[in-house]
Design a protein around this ligand. Structure first.
Ligand code: ARG
Length: 489
């Protein structure tokens, strides 16, 4: 906002007896340049509903403590609800209001509507415990939404898995073909990663679940406030135990961002797999047209941009975690204005991640899998060599000897330019005399998959079980919401 406008508004506020937040101690108004760095309304406007909720809880607590009459607390509550509805209907943050941040805006509205009574709400409260409360409430909601989005990516992967149990993909180590796996097994690997992200989000949610309200500026409020009651009303699990820590603790932001970072790393790894698989060299998958772009110059191109951006956004999301840690590193107790940076960092990263998860779900849902190319690739590159070694073991050859003999057979097959299942038995017996006519049974992709029938393995039987287990896991709402369970603070 232009400085003259802000100063003028502040002047009007004062003439209408709506106090600036801290003007009494000052001779002059804040400098425009200072406002440019200090005012946070455009960013913390997103906390307006949380601020209203927190303020209602505080008004009621003041009523219970006898600081306000029941009527006063009731009037404040009604007006705050009205302000919440008004804010809800606003398309943009009220940056012309002259308010420094969302807390001042809510209070300003209250004072305009209720006069002196509006000025009573801030009794025994500070913006320090207020903003920490608001941001915790926001973070809890954001993490719930995040869990929902992660669940829908998992759902898309499980759907794709159901369609691809019988599709054989070459499994890689070192990006060299290693052993065949079911395509659904690949899908389930990412379901597992995202499941860990859900756990991390739940842990971060718990870390956000303590209520700072009543800690005031830094030393605790002087009024007989029932802090546990406020916490329960607001849906927190418990209250913060130390006022100095409560107003300066942003570990819950770090935890949410750590969860977001790991989740974005998982998205990036999945994207990288699919980018590679979508290349013409691999040709295993193709994103649908809606999730790809062409080239302005080369008419033949179909580029996996959505996937590349999933990979690319990861840097930004991870850096938010580092940015938050760096912001709090070295901060003296208790509140410092540096902490105001927490919101831009957190909101930006969560917004990006939510978008990425929506994109990931959409890409997976529209992915075409070319079963033939996958199988062709899975058949080539000696991917059945381990089966041959296992076969020799079944004939009594010690595994190390079997490994060595099969290594020689692989070399011979490379010289002949054939796959292992195309090698004449006699040629194989030169290196592995224990080989008999039944070796052909072992040199099959289907056999290789079926033999890995251990929990976590890639046999179709195990993969179907794993898909069913994953389906149940994803369908279960694992969040233990304190507000839903009625748990007291
Ligand atoms: N806008 C501030 C923030 O986000 C609110 C707290 C201000 N506290 C203070 N002591 N100046 O951190």
């Amino acid at each position: 906002m232009p400085s003259e406008q802000r100063q003028a508004t502040v002047g009007v506020m004062e003439s209408k007896a709506v106090p600036g937040m801290w003007g009494g101690r000052f001779d002059t108004k804040p400098d425009a340049l200072f406002c440019a760095i200090n005012d946070s309304l455009p960013i913390d406007w997103r906390l307006v509903q949380q601020d209203v909720r927190g303020s209602i809880a505080w008004a009621r607590a003041l009523g219970r403590a006898g600081v306000l009459t029941d009527d006063e607390a009731g009037l404040l509550t009604d007006e705050l609800e009205k302000i919440g509805r008004e804010a809800d209907a606003m398309a943009h943050p009220p940056i012309d209001s002259g308010a420094e941040d969302v807390h001042s805006w809510v209070e300003m509205k209250l004072v305009v509507a209720l006069g002196s009574l509006g000025k009573k709400l801030h009794t025994g409260r500070s913006r320090n415990d207020q903003v920490a409360t608001d941001l915790r409430l926001w973070t809890i909601e954001a993490l719930d939404d995040l869990i929902g989005q992660i669940r829908s990516v998992q759902g898309a992967l499980i759907d794709l898995g159901h369609a691809t149990v019988e599709v054989v993909l070459p499994g890689y180590t070192h990006l060299q073909r290693a052993q065949p796996v079911s395509f659904a097994h690949w899908c389930l690997a990412y379901v597992e990663m995202f499941e860990r992200d859900v756990r991390r989000a739940e842990a971060a949610r718990k870390s956000a679940g303590t209520c700072p309200l009543g800690c005031a500026a830094l030393a605790g409020t002087t009024y007989p406030i029932d802090r546990a009651r406020i916490a329960t009303e607001l849906g927190f699990d418990e209250i913060c135990q130390n006022s100095l820590d409560a107003v300066s603790d942003r570990d819950f932001v770090v935890d949410a961002l750590a969860c977001a970072s790991v989740c974005s790393v998982h998205l990036s790894r999945m994207a990288e797999d699919l980018i590679v698989y979508a290349s013409q060299e691999f040709g295993f998958v193709e994103p649908d047209d809606g999730m790809a772009s062409g080239s302005s110059l080369m008419p033949q191109k179909k580029n996996p941009d959505a996937l590349e951006l999933l990979r690319g956004k990861c840097g930004r999301i991870m850096s938010a975690h580092a940015a938050m840690l760096t912001t709090i590193k070295g901060l003296p107790l208790a509140y410092n204005k540096d902490l105001q940076e927490d919101k831009a960092i957190l909101f930006g990263a969560i917004d990006e991640l939510m978008l990425c998860l929506q994109i990931a779900r959409r890409v997976i849902a529209g992915l075409k899998v070319n079963a033939r190319s996958c199988l062709e690739a899975a058949r080539r590159g000696g991917t059945l060599a381990t089966e041959l070694a296992d076969y020799l073991v079944s004939r009594g050859v010690p595994f190390r000897d079997a490994h060595d003999q099969v290594g020689r057979i692989v070399r011979a097959s490379l010289e002949r330019n054939v796959e292992l299942d195309e090698m004449p038995i006699e040629a194989m017996r030169e290196h592995a005399p224990a080989i008999g006519a039944d070796v052909a049974d072992w040199l099959s992709i289907a056999g290789a998959l079926a033999r890995r029938n251990v929990t976590g393995g890639t046999s179709p039987e195990q993969v179907r079980k794993a898909l069913a287990r994953a389906r149940t896991l994803v369908a279960t709402n694992t969040i233990d919401s304190p507000s839903a369970s009625g748990e007291s603070a």
